[in-house]
Ligand binder design. Structure first.
Ligand code: ZN
Length: 309
């Protein structure tokens, strides 16, 4: 898509064409058929390549007898994970970071398993990882006070769970969308998956590229110029879809249930910040986020490999 001076109507046409193209890609990537094909490829990889433990790489099986209990134990205690996520958006009058509940810190068995699950086709690990993500969702009802805790079912029949959109390039490379794998099947009571509210922009703003090249991490605190720079760099990575705009306009007739974002790994929080920014541009403001794992300071080297692409 070319750059340069053009009329407003041409911009409008171009924008509509671009939006239509992106939505078509989204539909293909997230369609049941595409997921089935991707899943089948991944399962085949899992079958052909490794019968090695995804954590320690010793035989036999997806997880060996030593690593499986350690991984399961590491995923048992969800916690509030904003600390160290320097790029999380600041919300409300008190400018507090978006509440995030993680199932586990991104390290040791959890990091190895997630890396294998996300980048090496080890989709069999979803048997362990999916219930862990569900635990984070249930824990979020208690750990995010005044937002979705308290009496959410009294006021709201459900919570809308909004996944970070996967990139088509990542899907082509892997053959599956790791987050979609984690969200497949029934969710905990009261949680409704609401995909399709966010879409990736075709090319990330230069700030994102610069951040990735500089190996930006979540080591900094929630103050200072570097932090606000990171927060800005997350902006513009996603755009709200027509469905998000529709949901927002529906909210004039009836209040929209609480929106909670979901991702597999949180590093600096810039992905969640981009999602909040895109939704907020339509008037929808998420109340929190759940992630499977969060990179805690001191940051782990593996975090850069695990960031969503
Ligand atoms: Zn092992």
């Amino acid at each position: 898509m070319g750059q340069g001076t053009t009329t407003a109507s041409a911009v409008g046409r171009r924008s509509r064409r671009s939006t239509g193209w992106a939505q078509a890609v989204d539909r293909v990537v997230t369609s049941v058929a595409a997921r089935a094909i991707g899943g089948a490829c991944a399962d085949l990889m899992d079958l052909l390549l490794p019968s090695l433990c995804a954590v320690c790489t010793r035989p036999p099986g997806t997880l060996c007898r030593d690593c499986e209990p350690r991984l399961r134990a590491a995923l048992l205690h969800p916690y509030r994970a904003e600390e160290g996520a320097a790029a999380l958006p600041l919300l409300g009058q008190d400018l507090l970071p978006l509440p995030v509940v993680a199932t586990a810190p991104y390290r040791n068995e959890v990091a190895a398993a997630l890396l294998a699950f996300k980048d090496h086709g080890r989709t069999g690990l979803s048997v362990v990882l999916r219930p862990a993500l569900h635990r984070a969702m249930v824990a979020a009802e208690q750990l995010v006070p005044g937002v979705i805790g308290g009496d959410p079912r009294g006021r709201w029949p459900r919570v809308l769970l909004v996944p970070m959109p996967g990139r088509a390039a990542g899907f082509r490379r892997r053959g599956y969308d790791p987050l979609a794998e984690l969200l497949a099947g029934p969710l905990p009571h009261g949680w409704e998956l609401r995909p399709g509210l966010l879409a990736p922009r075709r090319s990330p703003p230069q700030g994102i590229v610069a951040l990735l090249r500089s190996g930006g991490t979540g080591r900094a605190s929630h103050s200072g110029a570097t932090v606000s720079g990171r927060r800005r760099q997350g902006q513009g990575r996603f755009r709200p879809t027509r469905a998000a705009i529709q949901l927002s306009s529906d909210s004039r007739a009836a209040p929209v249930p609480p929106i909670v974002l979901v991702d597999d790994v949180m590093t600096t929080g810039s992905t969640l910040a981009a999602a909040v920014q895109a939704l907020a541009s339509t008037g929808l403001v998420p109340v929190g986020a759940v992630v499977l794992a969060a990179v805690s300071p001191p940051a782990d080297q593996d975090e850069r490999q695990s960031d969503r692409t």
